[in-house]
Design a protein around this ligand. Sequence first.
Ligand code: URA
Length: 421
Amino acid sequence: MSIILDAIETKKSGGTLSEEIIRGVVEGYTAGTIPDYQMSALLMAIFIRGMDYAETLALTRAMTESGERYSFPDCVDKHSTGGVGDKVSLTSLPIVAACGAPVAKLSGRGLGTTGGTIDKLEAIPEFSVVLFREQFERQVEEVGLAIIEAGDLDPADKAIYALRDATGMVDSLPLIGSSIVSKKAATGAGYLLYDVKRGSGAFMKTVEEARELADLLVRLSGDLGVRAAALISDMDNPLGSAIGNALEVRESVRLLKGEEVPADLAETARRVAVRLLELKGVEDPEAAVERAISSGAAFEKLREFVRAQGGDPTALEDLPVSDAVREVTAPRGGYVAGVRALGIGHAALALGAGREAKGDRIDPGAGVEILAKAGDRVEEGEPVARLYGERDVGRAGTLVLEAFDLSGEPVEPPPVILDGL
Ligand code: URA
């Protein structure tokens, strides 16, 4: 019997796959000798039967080793499971780099309502997200911060993820865990923080599900030699006020300059930076983070990083956004009980800030600016959001209005960091 048929038969009947079979399947599928229809059958069996920890670790290891690998044992990196308005990489990483913890990051583009750091960086004129390996390594050494597009790293995950996406098999815990950790292990940073999002705008809808994923990510990383920790953060509401590529870079610049930004963003960026510095063994990380922001060092690190990757740091002072702007106003007075992240993500997508399908062209200046956050009081007719962009403005306006949940009673803003491990 072929290795793939053996694997399908074993999983179909609830058995356990050996490390040798898992490696053979990953190698065969990546090389193209196992066809999509057989791999889909195996993924479906895994989806239904699950995988134990040893199988999940074997899958993660085989995917990590499926292509090129980097090694940055002194560097820190972070991974977010994706959310609306999530600019934590753009804010926390210049801070930690300014505190002396070097960052080597390979990142992706957004799909659907999940933003991608690479798209955000490309909103900066002339910024290049592609560097040769030697340039990338030199920049990490000299600037202490480099972020490029993930490219051909982990080809097994690229192929398997595309198949899972096309066959409705993304939401399986062992498949998500192995997919995320294999990419991070192939990037090779020695210290890693997972920001696992929970809520309507995230993969994981409950804190319990998010904790289960966080546990798995930290355990797999540890077994692959990476010191890892996780935070669980809220994604019922968009993070900060800006959703959309250039808008998010602008808001990140404000935070790094020590200017006022919404409290949920300020807290998340700081907590992620502090936890990364703790992992790295930096003393008094809270004070280091505050100093990096108040001294201007964190913003200067962002400028240095942008310059090193071909971008124009002066553009950060006033990054262009769409000049087609429309306000959305409150239909009645009340307290904002919540702003549904998923609805705002779909509105930003309608305006052109993201892609419905891989390869769609995005408008870097499009997006949504939230003017009233959970807990705020608004009066009838008061602007609660601004829409930027020229694509489906009518639909975006309806989606934004539907996303605002207004209450007659005062509302406490929800906590943003829900747990940590
Ligand atoms: N993000 C990933 O990289 N992989 C998954 O499977 C899900 C989210």
